[in-house]
Design a protein around this ligand. Structure first.
Ligand code: SIN
Length: 344
Protein backbone atom coordinates (compact mmCIF):
# COMPACT_ATOMS: atom_id res chain seq x y z
CA UNK A 1 0.00 0.00 0.00
CA UNK A 2 1.24 3.50 -0.84
CA UNK A 3 1.15 5.78 2.17
CA UNK A 4 0.49 9.48 1.67
CA UNK A 5 1.60 11.68 4.54
CA UNK A 6 -0.27 14.91 5.17
CA UNK A 7 2.34 17.61 5.77
CA UNK A 8 0.14 20.67 6.22
CA UNK A 9 0.52 22.18 9.68
CA UNK A 10 -2.57 23.85 11.12
CA UNK A 11 -0.25 26.11 13.14
CA UNK A 12 3.50 26.60 13.02
CA UNK A 13 6.06 28.02 15.42
CA UNK A 14 9.63 26.87 14.68
CA UNK A 15 10.41 26.70 18.42
CA UNK A 16 7.73 24.03 19.04
CA UNK A 17 7.83 20.25 18.41
CA UNK A 18 5.73 18.73 15.63
CA UNK A 19 3.08 16.04 15.94
CA UNK A 20 0.36 14.51 13.78
CA UNK A 21 -3.12 13.88 15.15
CA UNK A 22 -4.71 10.93 13.33
CA UNK A 23 -8.49 10.95 13.78
CA UNK A 24 -10.61 7.81 13.38
CA UNK A 25 -14.01 8.88 14.82
CA UNK A 26 -15.80 7.82 18.01
CA UNK A 27 -17.51 9.77 20.76
CA UNK A 28 -14.62 12.22 20.94
CA UNK A 29 -15.84 13.38 17.51
CA UNK A 30 -19.50 12.80 18.39
CA UNK A 31 -22.40 15.25 18.34
CA UNK A 32 -25.16 15.01 20.95
CA UNK A 33 -26.20 16.04 24.44
CA UNK A 34 -24.93 13.12 26.56
CA UNK A 35 -23.14 9.76 26.44
CA UNK A 36 -26.44 8.01 25.76
CA UNK A 37 -27.77 10.41 23.13
CA UNK A 38 -25.36 11.25 20.30
CA UNK A 39 -23.94 10.28 16.92
CA UNK A 40 -20.31 9.09 16.79
CA UNK A 41 -17.77 10.39 14.30
CA UNK A 42 -19.39 13.67 13.21
CA UNK A 43 -16.69 16.29 13.81
CA UNK A 44 -13.54 16.37 11.67
CA UNK A 45 -9.95 16.28 12.90
CA UNK A 46 -9.69 20.05 12.26
CA UNK A 47 -12.85 20.63 14.38
CA UNK A 48 -11.28 18.64 17.24
CA UNK A 49 -7.99 20.55 17.05
CA UNK A 50 -9.55 24.02 16.71
CA UNK A 51 -11.78 23.26 19.73
CA UNK A 52 -8.59 23.29 21.86
CA UNK A 53 -6.78 26.53 20.89
CA UNK A 54 -4.10 26.06 23.57
CA UNK A 55 -2.68 23.11 21.58
CA UNK A 56 -0.83 25.68 19.50
CA UNK A 57 1.17 26.71 22.60
CA UNK A 58 2.43 23.14 23.02
CA UNK A 59 2.97 21.75 19.54
CA UNK A 60 2.69 22.33 15.83
CA UNK A 61 -0.04 20.02 14.60
CA UNK A 62 -0.86 18.18 11.38
CA UNK A 63 -4.38 16.67 11.24
CA UNK A 64 -5.01 13.44 9.34
CA UNK A 65 -8.53 12.04 9.02
CA UNK A 66 -8.00 8.28 8.70
CA UNK A 67 -11.70 7.40 9.14
CA UNK A 68 -14.71 8.91 10.91
CA UNK A 69 -16.62 5.97 12.35
CA UNK A 70 -17.81 4.54 15.64
CA UNK A 71 -15.07 2.23 16.87
CA UNK A 72 -17.23 -0.90 16.38
CA UNK A 73 -16.70 -0.21 12.65
CA UNK A 74 -12.91 -0.01 12.88
CA UNK A 75 -11.56 -3.05 11.03
CA UNK A 76 -8.21 -4.56 10.11
CA UNK A 77 -8.06 -2.52 6.89
CA UNK A 78 -8.22 0.69 8.92
CA UNK A 79 -5.71 -0.71 11.43
CA UNK A 80 -3.16 -1.59 8.73
CA UNK A 81 -3.63 1.79 7.05
CA UNK A 82 -3.26 3.67 10.36
CA UNK A 83 -0.18 1.76 11.49
CA UNK A 84 1.59 2.18 8.13
CA UNK A 85 0.81 5.90 8.19
CA UNK A 86 2.17 6.40 11.70
CA UNK A 87 5.28 4.36 10.88
CA UNK A 88 6.07 6.33 7.75
CA UNK A 89 4.73 9.79 8.59
CA UNK A 90 5.90 10.00 12.22
CA UNK A 91 8.28 7.20 13.24
CA UNK A 92 10.47 7.52 10.12
CA UNK A 93 10.26 11.33 9.87
CA UNK A 94 12.95 13.07 11.94
CA UNK A 95 10.92 16.28 11.93
CA UNK A 96 8.06 14.67 13.88
CA UNK A 97 8.15 14.20 17.68
CA UNK A 98 5.15 11.94 18.15
CA UNK A 99 1.58 11.04 17.24
CA UNK A 100 -1.88 11.17 18.78
CA UNK A 101 -4.71 8.91 17.60
CA UNK A 102 -8.29 9.93 18.44
CA UNK A 103 -10.59 6.90 18.64
CA UNK A 104 -13.92 5.62 19.93
CA UNK A 105 -13.50 4.11 23.36
CA UNK A 106 -15.42 0.85 22.80
CA UNK A 107 -12.67 -0.88 20.82
CA UNK A 108 -9.87 1.59 21.60
CA UNK A 109 -7.83 -1.05 23.41
CA UNK A 110 -7.79 -3.26 20.28
CA UNK A 111 -6.43 -0.51 18.03
CA UNK A 112 -4.01 0.58 20.75
CA UNK A 113 -2.71 -2.99 21.11
CA UNK A 114 -2.39 -3.39 17.33
CA UNK A 115 -0.43 -0.14 17.00
CA UNK A 116 1.82 -1.02 19.92
CA UNK A 117 2.59 -4.37 18.28
CA UNK A 118 3.23 -2.99 14.79
CA UNK A 119 4.96 0.39 15.22
CA UNK A 120 8.69 0.60 14.89
CA UNK A 121 8.88 3.69 17.03
CA UNK A 122 10.64 4.97 20.11
CA UNK A 123 8.60 8.19 19.82
CA UNK A 124 5.42 8.59 21.87
CA UNK A 125 2.25 7.37 20.19
CA UNK A 126 -0.80 8.22 22.28
CA UNK A 127 -4.32 6.87 21.78
CA UNK A 128 -7.16 8.94 23.22
CA UNK A 129 -10.95 8.97 23.28
CA UNK A 130 -13.78 10.53 25.23
CA UNK A 131 -16.77 9.18 27.09
CA UNK A 132 -18.91 12.27 26.41
CA UNK A 133 -19.55 13.60 22.91
CA UNK A 134 -17.83 16.82 21.84
CA UNK A 135 -21.06 18.86 22.13
CA UNK A 136 -22.16 17.57 25.59
CA UNK A 137 -21.94 19.55 28.85
CA UNK A 138 -18.51 18.96 30.39
CA UNK A 139 -17.23 17.06 27.36
CA UNK A 140 -14.03 15.23 28.31
CA UNK A 141 -12.61 15.07 24.75
CA UNK A 142 -10.92 18.50 24.59
CA UNK A 143 -9.23 17.95 27.95
CA UNK A 144 -8.12 14.43 27.04
CA UNK A 145 -6.82 15.73 23.70
CA UNK A 146 -4.64 18.46 25.22
CA UNK A 147 -3.26 16.00 27.76
CA UNK A 148 -2.49 13.54 24.94
CA UNK A 149 -0.63 16.18 22.96
CA UNK A 150 1.33 17.05 26.12
CA UNK A 151 2.38 13.41 26.49
CA UNK A 152 3.08 13.00 22.74
CA UNK A 153 5.69 15.81 22.84
CA UNK A 154 7.26 14.66 26.12
CA UNK A 155 10.76 13.15 25.86
CA UNK A 156 9.96 11.24 29.06
CA UNK A 157 7.20 9.38 27.15
CA UNK A 158 9.69 7.81 24.70
CA UNK A 159 10.58 4.10 24.72
CA UNK A 160 7.47 3.05 26.63
CA UNK A 161 5.46 1.59 23.73
CA UNK A 162 2.17 3.18 22.75
CA UNK A 163 0.20 4.81 25.57
CA UNK A 164 -3.45 5.53 26.32
CA UNK A 165 -4.10 8.94 27.91
CA UNK A 166 -7.58 9.48 29.37
CA UNK A 167 -8.88 11.21 32.48
CA UNK A 168 -5.39 12.36 33.63
CA UNK A 169 -4.04 8.77 33.56
CA UNK A 170 -1.23 7.46 31.33
CA UNK A 171 -1.63 3.71 30.81
CA UNK A 172 0.31 1.04 28.87
CA UNK A 173 -1.60 -0.03 25.76
CA UNK A 174 -0.46 -3.62 26.23
CA UNK A 175 -2.37 -3.91 29.49
CA UNK A 176 -5.12 -1.27 29.31
CA UNK A 177 -8.79 -2.24 29.06
CA UNK A 178 -12.13 -0.45 29.18
CA UNK A 179 -13.49 -1.48 32.57
CA UNK A 180 -16.78 0.43 32.68
CA UNK A 181 -19.33 0.99 29.90
CA UNK A 182 -20.25 4.51 30.99
CA UNK A 183 -17.92 6.35 33.36
CA UNK A 184 -14.99 8.61 32.50
CA UNK A 185 -12.46 6.73 34.67
CA UNK A 186 -12.98 3.62 32.58
CA UNK A 187 -9.48 2.89 31.14
CA UNK A 188 -7.36 0.90 33.56
CA UNK A 189 -4.60 -1.68 33.69
CA UNK A 190 -6.29 -3.52 36.51
CA UNK A 191 -3.34 -5.41 38.02
CA UNK A 192 -0.46 -3.31 36.66
CA UNK A 193 -1.67 0.23 37.37
CA UNK A 194 -0.81 3.41 35.48
CA UNK A 195 2.61 4.30 34.13
CA UNK A 196 2.05 7.94 34.95
CA UNK A 197 -0.30 10.85 35.36
CA UNK A 198 -0.79 14.28 33.80
CA UNK A 199 -0.79 16.83 36.60
CA UNK A 200 -1.51 20.48 35.91
CA UNK A 201 -0.60 20.01 32.26
CA UNK A 202 2.69 18.20 32.95
CA UNK A 203 3.18 14.45 32.41
CA UNK A 204 4.79 12.65 35.32
CA UNK A 205 6.00 9.05 34.91
CA UNK A 206 6.20 6.82 37.96
CA UNK A 207 9.10 4.77 36.57
CA UNK A 208 11.89 5.20 33.98
CA UNK A 209 11.02 3.91 30.47
CA UNK A 210 10.14 0.24 30.44
CA UNK A 211 8.19 -2.13 28.17
CA UNK A 212 5.67 -4.87 29.07
CA UNK A 213 7.27 -8.30 29.57
CA UNK A 214 5.09 -10.11 27.02
CA UNK A 215 5.30 -7.45 24.30
CA UNK A 216 6.62 -8.31 20.82
CA UNK A 217 6.58 -6.21 17.66
CA UNK A 218 5.73 -7.25 14.11
CA UNK A 219 6.59 -5.74 10.73
CA UNK A 220 3.40 -5.20 8.73
CA UNK A 221 4.93 -3.19 5.87
CA UNK A 222 4.26 -6.04 3.40
CA UNK A 223 0.99 -7.25 4.98
CA UNK A 224 -2.27 -6.21 3.32
CA UNK A 225 -4.84 -8.30 5.19
CA UNK A 226 -5.25 -10.01 8.55
CA UNK A 227 -6.67 -13.57 8.62
CA UNK A 228 -10.02 -14.03 10.31
CA UNK A 229 -9.89 -14.82 14.03
CA UNK A 230 -13.14 -15.35 15.93
CA UNK A 231 -13.82 -15.15 19.67
CA UNK A 232 -16.08 -17.70 21.37
CA UNK A 233 -17.47 -16.98 24.85
CA UNK A 234 -17.43 -19.91 27.28
CA UNK A 235 -20.53 -20.68 29.40
CA UNK A 236 -22.32 -23.59 31.05
CA UNK A 237 -23.79 -26.03 28.50
CA UNK A 238 -21.62 -24.61 25.70
CA UNK A 239 -22.11 -26.76 22.61
CA UNK A 240 -19.24 -28.15 20.55
CA UNK A 241 -21.06 -27.06 17.38
CA UNK A 242 -20.07 -23.45 18.10
CA UNK A 243 -16.39 -24.14 17.43
CA UNK A 244 -17.07 -26.27 14.33
CA UNK A 245 -19.44 -23.58 12.96
CA UNK A 246 -16.67 -21.04 13.37
CA UNK A 247 -14.22 -23.29 11.53
CA UNK A 248 -16.73 -23.95 8.74
CA UNK A 249 -17.37 -20.23 8.32
CA UNK A 250 -13.71 -19.59 7.61
CA UNK A 251 -11.96 -18.69 10.87
CA UNK A 252 -8.21 -19.26 10.65
CA UNK A 253 -7.73 -18.86 14.39
CA UNK A 254 -10.00 -18.97 17.45
CA UNK A 255 -9.86 -17.29 20.86
CA UNK A 256 -11.94 -18.64 23.73
CA UNK A 257 -13.12 -16.22 26.43
CA UNK A 258 -12.83 -18.99 28.99
CA UNK A 259 -14.47 -19.18 32.40
CA UNK A 260 -12.01 -18.28 35.15
CA UNK A 261 -8.46 -18.95 34.00
CA UNK A 262 -9.41 -20.04 30.48
CA UNK A 263 -11.78 -22.84 31.49
CA UNK A 264 -14.10 -24.81 29.17
CA UNK A 265 -16.10 -27.99 29.76
CA UNK A 266 -14.49 -31.41 29.36
CA UNK A 267 -16.50 -31.99 26.20
CA UNK A 268 -15.55 -28.62 24.69
CA UNK A 269 -11.92 -29.26 25.60
CA UNK A 270 -12.03 -32.34 23.35
CA UNK A 271 -13.43 -30.20 20.52
CA UNK A 272 -10.60 -27.68 20.94
CA UNK A 273 -8.01 -30.44 20.65
CA UNK A 274 -9.75 -31.86 17.57
CA UNK A 275 -9.80 -28.44 15.88
CA UNK A 276 -6.11 -27.83 16.63
CA UNK A 277 -4.87 -31.31 15.74
CA UNK A 278 -7.09 -32.16 12.77
CA UNK A 279 -7.85 -28.73 11.23
CA UNK A 280 -4.52 -27.02 12.11
CA UNK A 281 -6.35 -24.03 13.55
CA UNK A 282 -4.71 -22.46 16.62
CA UNK A 283 -6.99 -21.95 19.62
CA UNK A 284 -5.99 -19.49 22.35
CA UNK A 285 -7.66 -19.73 25.74
CA UNK A 286 -8.21 -16.37 27.42
CA UNK A 287 -10.48 -15.23 30.26
CA UNK A 288 -14.00 -13.80 30.45
CA UNK A 289 -13.39 -12.24 33.87
CA UNK A 290 -12.17 -8.84 32.63
CA UNK A 291 -8.81 -9.20 34.33
CA UNK A 292 -6.41 -11.90 35.46
CA UNK A 293 -4.05 -14.34 33.79
CA UNK A 294 -4.39 -17.68 32.00
CA UNK A 295 -1.24 -19.67 32.83
CA UNK A 296 -0.18 -22.44 30.48
CA UNK A 297 -0.32 -24.97 33.31
CA UNK A 298 -4.01 -24.21 33.92
CA UNK A 299 -5.19 -25.34 30.49
CA UNK A 300 -2.49 -27.69 29.21
CA UNK A 301 -4.05 -31.02 30.24
CA UNK A 302 -2.21 -33.79 28.33
CA UNK A 303 -1.91 -31.93 25.07
CA UNK A 304 0.75 -29.50 23.95
CA UNK A 305 -1.73 -27.95 21.51
CA UNK A 306 -3.29 -25.60 24.06
CA UNK A 307 -2.23 -21.96 24.00
CA UNK A 308 -2.74 -19.81 27.10
CA UNK A 309 -3.33 -16.06 26.59
CA UNK A 310 -1.44 -15.01 29.73
CA UNK A 311 -2.46 -11.46 30.63
CA UNK A 312 -4.06 -10.77 27.23
CA UNK A 313 -7.84 -10.54 27.28
CA UNK A 314 -9.82 -12.12 24.42
CA UNK A 315 -9.95 -9.01 22.23
CA UNK A 316 -6.19 -8.44 22.52
CA UNK A 317 -5.49 -12.16 22.03
CA UNK A 318 -7.52 -11.94 18.82
CA UNK A 319 -5.36 -9.07 17.53
CA UNK A 320 -2.12 -10.89 18.39
CA UNK A 321 -3.27 -14.17 16.86
CA UNK A 322 -4.32 -12.34 13.67
CA UNK A 323 -0.86 -10.75 13.38
CA UNK A 324 0.89 -14.09 13.94
CA UNK A 325 -1.29 -15.77 11.31
CA UNK A 326 -0.66 -12.89 8.90
CA UNK A 327 3.05 -13.58 9.37
CA UNK A 328 2.35 -17.28 8.62
CA UNK A 329 3.80 -18.43 11.96
CA UNK A 330 3.66 -22.12 12.84
CA UNK A 331 1.64 -23.42 15.79
CA UNK A 332 4.85 -23.72 17.82
CA UNK A 333 5.84 -20.14 17.01
CA UNK A 334 2.34 -18.90 17.88
CA UNK A 335 2.47 -20.75 21.20
CA UNK A 336 5.90 -19.22 21.83
CA UNK A 337 4.67 -15.68 21.18
CA UNK A 338 1.83 -16.09 23.70
CA UNK A 339 4.13 -17.85 26.19
CA UNK A 340 6.16 -14.62 26.53
CA UNK A 341 3.17 -13.12 28.33
CA UNK A 342 2.35 -16.02 30.66
CA UNK A 343 3.63 -17.04 34.06
CA UNK A 344 4.08 -20.58 32.66
C1 SIN B 1 -17.20 4.33 19.97
O1 SIN B 1 -16.44 3.51 20.50
O2 SIN B 1 -17.01 4.75 18.82
C2 SIN B 1 -18.36 4.85 20.70
C3 SIN B 1 -18.15 4.98 22.16
C4 SIN B 1 -17.08 5.96 22.52
O3 SIN B 1 -16.30 6.48 21.75
O4 SIN B 1 -17.00 6.21 23.77
Amino acid sequence: MNVTCNTTFLNFDPKLPNITIFATGGTIAGNGSSNTNYTSGVFSVEDLIYAVPSIKNISNVVGDQVSNVGSEDVNSTILLDLSKKINQCVCEDDAMSGAVVTHGTDTLEETAFFLDATLNCSKPVVIVGAMRPASAISADGPYNLIESVTVAVSKDARNRGALVVMNDRIVSTYYVTKTNANTMDTFKAVEMGNVGQVIGGTPYFFFPPTLPTGRSTYNISEINSIPRVDILYSYQDMQNETIYDTVNRGAKGIVIAGAGAGGVSTRFNDAIEDVVNNYSIPVVQSFRTGSGEVPYAEIASTSSTHIASGYLNPQKSRILLGLLLAEKKSLTEIAGAFAKGTAG
